[in-house]
Write a protein of this length. Structure first.
Length: 201
């Protein structure tokens, strides 16, 4: 199978699975636009990705466990990170660097059942959301944190959302009624710049 990504995980034939951990302080890109690819999200994934200060990674596609970013993850017209809808690996996300994209799809897509602690920047310079999930998610936008979209919606959740905003969110926050994650809670008493919040039933 031919991949045009920087690093691709392929489980091969049969029922085998494959995983990898990435610790990067350099540059990882792919000629096809995807830098890190888990080709079969049912059987492959990145158990952890560490992108250190000064490190640069292009778009990431597939199941990702723990993600820690102090550098730059740039998706371009793609999502910067798209976990997909399968769960090969589990873990939370910490960002003190820059995670960006410029498209109609979310910068962080399918961030479901995970916790994000952001003290850096998560931004979609296009019309898509900065963060979107098909399930429940927990977000702490802490010191120096910025979550922003060039479109209408910064954060979109299809299930329960727990959000604490201490700094800046640019764009609407939209959460559907919770089915399994618990009720949605939003605390932005210490934050600013959020346009509006809609908790849909």
């Amino acid at each position: 199978m031919l991949f045009r990504s920087g690093i691709a995980i392929d489980p091969g034939s049969g029922s085998s699975s494959a995983g990898a951990s990435i610790d990067n302080s350099g540059t990882i890109v792919g000629t096809g636009g995807i830098a890190l690819l888990a080709s079969d999200p049912n059987r492959t994934g990145f158990t952890s990705i560490v992108n250190r200060a000064g490190g640069s990674i292009g778009a990431i596609s597939g199941s990702v466990g723990t993600l820690s970013n102090a550098g730059t993850i740039e998706g371009g017209s793609r999502s910067a990170v798209d976990w997909g809808t399968e769960f090969f690996a589990f873990g939370d996300v910490t960002n003190s660097g820059v995670i960006g994209s410029s498209g109609s799809v979310a910068t962080l897509a399918n961030l479901s059942g995970r916790a994000l602690t952001n003290t850096g920047t998560v931004e979609n310079r296009g019309t898509g959301a900065a963060i979107a999930a098909t399930g429940g998610m927990s977000i702490l936008n802490g010191t120096n944190g910025r979550i922003a979209s060039g479109g209408a919606i910064a954060i979109a959740g299809d299930d329960g959302l727990s959000l604490t905003n201490q700094v800046t969110i640019v764009g609407d926050v939209v959460a559907a009624s919770a089915s399994g994650f618990g009720s949605s809670t939003i605390d932005s008493t210490a934050g600013r710049d959020r346009k509006s919040t809609r908790l849909n039933s």
